[in-house]
Design a binder for this molecule. Sequence first.
Ligand code: R5P
Length: 289
Amino acid sequence: MVRTIVVGCSNGVDLGRSIARRLGVPFSPLLTQRFPDGELKIKFSVPLGKRHIILVQTLHPPNEELMELVFAIHTAKELGAKVTAVVPYMAYLRQDRRFHPGECKSNSIAAGLLSAADCVVTIDPHLHRVKHLKEIFHKPVITLSANSLIATFIKKHYHKEIIIGPDEESYQWANRIAEQVKAHAVVLKKKRFGSRKVSIKIKGDVDIKGKTVVIVDDIISSGHTMMETIKECRRLGAKRVICITVHGIFAEDALRKIRKLGATVHATNTVQNDVADIDVAGIIADSLR
Ligand code: R5P
């Protein structure tokens, strides 16, 4: 029988440990070293030959973490392992087309690099123009969703609130979560003018006056989408606003800015942050059994 070992890259130690515990297999952290010039060296401290190595690395921050993961995948493959790369948050997917002449399509470049693994597992990848990750990966990709975990969290901590999706892309999350919570879903209309400027408007006749709303989105990055959605909900008289995201990146102090608007914020632990109270380790482990 092939022995399975979970290896936590530097941004996947806690989740990796938890996945290993659930699978009942050993855990080993990847060793990393920096040279004076900043170059990275990685080292496995377990034998790799004829093993199944589950590498865990989330890609926020995205750059050095991606390089570390690519080095780890290639090294494990060279040393004879079967490699599954677990990437709870997959960065670069929003750059899914050449928006201006001469730009790179980062999503397919990143996917090409990670396709050195035998299989990739990720959670709620941001899919817009690319409809499925198999369009850009050359190897099998398992895409999981945190929808049920979020729905269970809402049922446990809140009542049958109105579920709000900030834009058409969030329809898939808002609608499925609302179905499970047995609540009403409302999807708003977003216009993006730049990475830090969006406008959000409610469509049609929606009564949220005096109610509690739960805004759900796949990613909170700069937080502008969430902040404009909170303001729109408040303008329409919402009494209490809860924000839940799968991937809480919270760039540029976004968590503090969102909280300053009086909203309560929750996220899953695909990215480490102060509000990561929805644990995805169980769904990842289940997908690997
Ligand atoms: C985009 O369509 C996504 O679903 C999120 O709404 C977006 O990435 C959030 O970005 P930000 O927090 O920077 O507004």
